[in-house]
Design a protein around this ligand. Structure first.
Ligand SMILES: Cc1cc2nc3c(=O)[nH]c(=O)nc-3n(C[C@H](O)[C@H](O)[C@H](O)COP(=O)(O)OP(=O)(O)OC[C@H]3O[C@@H](n4cnc5c(N)ncnc54)[C@H](O)[C@@H]3O)c2cc1C
Length: 421
């Protein structure tokens, strides 16, 4: 999803950078006995029911993975805060590259309960600000990472459609009514995946490589010593290096409060459509789409032929804390009603559409729409990664793996990842 910046940022894209990031082979550098905390003791099911009462609603994605449960370790080589695509990819890639190192992922709720389990699941190239110097081939390396970690997440890359109210292609497969005539303007690299399978696959890959994932363990503070100490409830975990991958939440921890804007973005899913309906609206080929002008609209077809559409941003009431938003209250219900009306009016084949899911998820915007990928101002031993501005499915996994290489001292941070003054 490119979000509202699309039209402008497309015009202003930097020249294409040479791909310079490719997955490295695992290093045989440390003995596997470096484990500093006990092996898993019990198992518990990591299921979407965990989020069924979420005030952000329930997405149609089903995360199916059993997380071994364990106590908070006293010390680890790498502590990762946040169990979305970014944090899980970093953990899995650390396990892949440095099998002897100890890795713990602290997740406040369940894995994927932030944007990653609530996303549209469009896999897109580049960033929300377009290509960036030295960024590399996001989609190409993303596929290599999936192959190395043996993750099947139903990735299909038929191309993504940029759609708009002017400059529509002759014979555009999409021809809808939405504040004008909405048609395909351009096809760009991209496609779709099942985000729940990506979350589960990354978590499985991390656990198989001996990382510990601790669910329902919100990090409440970090003591900024030479070796940072992560505070988790009443427990403490000293870490050689820390990755903060909390996206639009915990902005005081990441020091992004005041530097980036958190929003809840909304999505809905239709009940499964018939093949004839999908054909009539131009979506039979499975190409996801997003507008390059306003009003914004994005969407994709699921394997069961239900279509996810998204539009609309909600602020936290009187604060930056998105956990304060309840999508059943305030501005959100009217926004959902509005988007459902828009979808029913897009095309006669959608006139009688019924909707099965309404939900929201967190996204974080920087002023220039570039991701944040930088040292934490309080420590050389901590990295902050996120703020993909609604364009983070492939990118978060790609940069999560890149951050693992930075944590291991094998790769540098990109210049564009620092906050602009
Ligand atoms: C509705 C929606 C649709 C989207 N559609 C697309 C799309 O189609 N294509 C695309 O490219 N991008 C899309 N995005 C964006 C993309 O999903 C995100 O950029 C990506 O999932 C971010 O992953 P993440 O791991 O950085 O963050 P998250 O998945 O949000 O993970 C952060 C995690 O940190 C945890 N956390 C926060 N604070 C703490 C703490 N103190 N202690 C421990 N854990 C903590 C949270 O619980 C959360 O699980 C969409 C986003 C939304 C919300």
């Amino acid at each position: 999803m490119l979000s509202v910046c699309s039209a402008e940022s497309h015009e202003n894209r930097a020249a294409s950078g040479t791909p310079d990031f490719a997955p490295s082979e695992p290093a045989r550098e440390s003995p596997a006995d470096a484990r500093l905390f006990p092996a898993p003791m019990t198992a518990k099911r990591s299921t979407p029911e965990r989020e069924s009462k979420s005030p952000w609603g329930t997405s149609p994605w089903q995360i199916d993975f059993t997380i071994p449960s364990q106590p908070v370790p006293a010390s680890v080589d790498f502590a990762i805060i946040g169990g979305g695509f970014t944090g899980l990819a970093a953990a899995a890639w650390l396990g892949h590259l440095a099998p002897g190192k100890s890795v713990a992922v602290f997740e406040a709720l369940g894995i994927g309960s932030g944007a990653s389990g609530r996303t549209g699941g469009m896999a897109l190239a580049e960033t929300a600000a377009g290509d960036l110097p030295g960024l590399g081939d996001v989609l190409g390396v993303f596929q290599q990472i999936l192959a190395k970690l043996r993750i099947d997440c139903d990735l299909a890359l038929p191309g993504a459609w940029e759609i708009g109210r002017s400059n529509g292609m002759q014979g555009s497969p999409i021809d809808w009514k939405d504040s004008g005539r909405l048609r395909v303007v351009k096809e760009v690299p991209g496609g779709t995946l099942d985000p729940a399978k990506l979350v589960a696959g990354l978590a499985r890959a991390a656990v198989e490589r001996d990382a510990f994932i601790l669910e329902h363990q919100p990090v409440t503070g970090i003591e900024w010593k030479d070796r940072p100490v992560v505070e988790v409830g009443g427990a403490h975990c000293s870490a050689g290096k820390v990755l903060l991958a909390t996206n639009a939440l915990s902005l005081d921890l990441t020091n992004l409060a005041g530097h980036a804007e958190p929003k809840l973005t909304l999505a809905i899913a239709t009940e499964p459509l018939s093949a004839v309906q999908l054909g009539a609206i131009g979506l039979a080929g499975g190409n996801p789409f997003y507008t390059v002008d306003l009003p914004y609209l994005w969407g994709r077809v699921r394997r069961n032929r239900s279509v996810i559409f998204g539009a609309g941003l909600v602020d936290a009431p009187r604060s930056r804390d998105l956990t304060k938003i309840d999508i059943g209250k305030g501005k959100a219900p009217e926004l959902f009603a509005r988007i459902e009306r828009r979808i029913r009016s897009l095309h006669p084949a959608l006139e009688k559409s019924k909707f099965t899911h309404r939900w929201g998820g967190p996204i974080l915007f920087t002023e220039n729409w570039q991701p944040v990928f930088m040292r934490h101002p309080r420590s050389e031993n901590a990295i902050v990664l996120g703020a993909y501005a609604g364009h983070g499915v492939a990118l978060s996994t790609y940069l999560g793996a890149w951050s693992a290489e930075v944590l291991l001292g094998r790769r540098k941070l990109p210049h564009w990842g620092a906050l602009q003054d």
